[in-house]
Design a binder for this molecule. Sequence first.
Ligand code: DOR
Ligand code: ZN
Length: 427
Amino acid sequence: MDLSVEGKVYVNGVFEQACIGVENGKIVEIKKILKEDEHFDFGNKLILPAGVDVHVHFRDPGMLHKEDFYTGSVAAVSGGISCVFDMPNTIPPANSVECLDDKIKIGNRKSVVDFGLYAGVTNDNIDKIEGLNEKCNGFKVYLGSSTLSLLFDKKNLHRLLDKVSLTGKPVLFHAEDEECLIEHKMVEKNLSDHLSCRPAVCEEVSIKNVLSMSQGSNAKVHICHVSSCEGLELLKGHLGNVSFGVTPHHSLLNVEKKLGFQSFYKVNPPIRTSFDKEALFNAINNGFVDILESDHAPHTMEEKNVDFDVAPSGVPGVETMYPLFLYLVKKGFLSFQRLTSVLCTRPAELVGVSKGCIDKGFDADFIVVDLKEERRIRSDNLHSKCGWTPFEDWPAVFPSCVFIRGEKVIDDYEIQVSKGFGRFVGV
Ligand code: DOR
Ligand code: ZN
């Protein structure tokens, strides 16, 4: 064995004082006593699986002033995430084999966390899915327009699901119905106008559509960032081949709250009412939600600090997601079982990586936390290039150490590895 790590380890849903033995980046043993030459003893600090974020926008290539694979991945690991899956709305978009190849190279050169990529599917490349499949971990489809999105016409859904089902990989939907969005278009001056422009009914119509098309299909379907009670109701008790995600911003923020400068909170789908927010949080708690995904969508302060109607949509979140929810666990609002399910196990299952669980055979990706170490979220301490957070001043619990494939990537809250440590997780 190469090393052993000792602490209060989360195994099979309980904490045990134990040691994790690691060889070639994998967990090979979990025992009361193990002592390799390289041994890290964390005493009674908690050791939890690292998170997997299935939804980030690292802006690389093409928008390096907002983020790049290095800064995005340092933000991820600082917040306890060991593996991210990047969305295709970069410049150029990742909707061809060449662009995916370039992106794999970029990630391999710059990332400090392991990563995977989605191929963007538009009306024009449905027939190329087989080729794209060789270079991606899943597919992303936008059924409604959003910032930099690659629009897809719902009349092609059947053909898309047929093709995707042959790959065995997931297809992720931005489910807001384009026709419905067009119908509700109006001048937007604030968040409440934004909500009127993108009402829950647009999400409802779109999810209904995807669900009815998915029936009888073997495609692995994931609905991203469900944001409304209506959407949630449709998905309760969904079929086995369908999963859905919720974001921290939709489950913790609501439009009635004094949110500060409004364009900073402009995001698609929009932040909705306290009623929606509470329903989403309860659904995470009650086991209805499969996955918590950050939808980390950084835009700079300069880009956001403009009139509401011209501001881009999107909020950062990859670094604050796990710490915010760890704090909620500390306060008794959520169980460790639910936390690790939505942040680790289920996302890893969706994208088919051997991560998200402290058990033999899985990658040795884990975080060390001390629940007493509560910190306020401060933009100045975060690592995204965008330089701000919608959760400024919120209490959180950050991991002091993070291991990826048995390597200490964060030690005492500081990054220990250089660019390129992260690996493409393969296809
Ligand atoms: O608010 C959003 N921002 N929604 C999206 O679908 C895209 C994202 C971005 O890339 O900025
Ligand atoms: Zn997104």
